[in-house]
Ligand binder design. Structure first.
Ligand SMILES: Nc1ncnc2c1ncn2[C@@H]1O[C@H](COP(=O)(O)OP(=O)(O)O)[C@@H](O)[C@H]1O
Ligand SMILES: [Mg+2]
Length: 273
């Protein structure tokens, strides 16, 4: 069987944590933004039925004429069908046209009951096959569970990257995600899948355990395994809240620099294929 490693495709990275609130969607969106600013063409696959990344990228659902989403891409069970699903994001920033989206809405939850069908875990890989060659990177925003939707993401990905807050339960969720990637890779017919690094977000040294948890993260994932530490800033919450690009927000230089440094590290660790 062809694995994602054998196919001409974008470099696909599944961003996860077995906990909600671990900044997965923020890091997916802002990393996509910073990569696009660097000139890369980025696909964002929303693999969470909450659809938070889709909304934050300014995507708008249209109940009277519903756009295709990750749910339909998976349901189709057809090679390359993702090429019909990619759609523009809603931001007006000049780099926004280098980001393309496979959006999600709550209906993605309906795909979970199909998990028992033969080969169901490969359906996202199938959908993307040949449909992301025009992109440099595809970032997959995973849901907090390690269940079927995340397994589909991992079966399609070349690499996994963790996202966490520097807080106890979130660090444990990151460790479960990393260990799951290691043990599930073979079972997902994706033996070369590798867990590579961590993005830490919402760091505030004034918050009780943050300093200690960040030290702990450096021990657990290694100094080299921590690719970026994004400070806690209400500006980030606001940008997500109002579905804005950072270019639209004044006084965002520090935050933009933090995500641009992260993107540079990301590109260094994961060169585009
Ligand atoms: N560095 C940060 N500083 C402040 N708020 C942040 C930061 N990063 C993310 N957030 C906010 O934290 C909340 C949870 O993040 P989110 O990306 O939704 O987590 P997840 O996708 O893992 O559930 C969101 O409201 C988001 O805007
Ligand atoms: Mg999320």
């Amino acid at each position: 069987m062809m694995t994602p490693q054998d196919e001409p495709s974008a470099t696909r990275v599944a961003i996860g944590n077995n906990k909600g609130g671990a900044k997965k969607s923020t890091h997916t969106v802002r990393l996509a933004e910073a990569l696009a600013k660097l000139g890369h063409r980025v696909g964002v696959v929303d693999a969470d039925p909450q659809g938070n990344a889709s909304r934050r990228l300014g995507w708008k659902d249209n109940p009277s004429n519903p756009p295709l989403t990750t749910s339909e891409a998976i349901e189709a069970n057809a090679e390359g069908v993702a090429s019909q699903v990619w759609q523009p994001i809603g931001w007006s920033a000049e780099y926004a046209d280098r980001i393309t989206l496979m959006p999600a809405r709550y209906t993605l939850e309906n795909r979970v009951s199909e998990a028992g069908q033969v080969g169901a875990y490969r359906r996202l890989a199938k959908a993307l096959k040949g449909a992301d060659r025009h992109l440099d990177y595809v970032l997959i925003d995973c849901q907090p569970s390690l269940g079927h939707l995340t397994q589909m993401a991992l079966a399609a990905a070349h690499h996994a990257v963790g996202s966490t807050e520097p807080e106890h339960d979130s660090v444990e969720g990151a460790v479960r995600y990393r260990d799951f990637v290691a043990t599930a890779a073979d079972d997902l017919a994706n033996p070369d899948l590798t867990f590579l690094g961590m993005i830490v977000g919402g760091y505030d040294m004034r918050v009780g355990g943050h300093v200690g948890q960040l030290n702990g993260l450096r021990q657990i994932f290694g100094e080299e395994g921590i690719w970026g530490v994004i400070p806690r800033r209400s500006l980030i919450t606001n940008a997500d809240e109002f579905a804005q690009s950072l270019s639209e927000i004044s006084d965002s230089a520090e935050v933009r620099a933090a995500f641009e440094n992260l993107a540079q590290r990301f590109v260094k660790e994961i060169p585009a294929r």
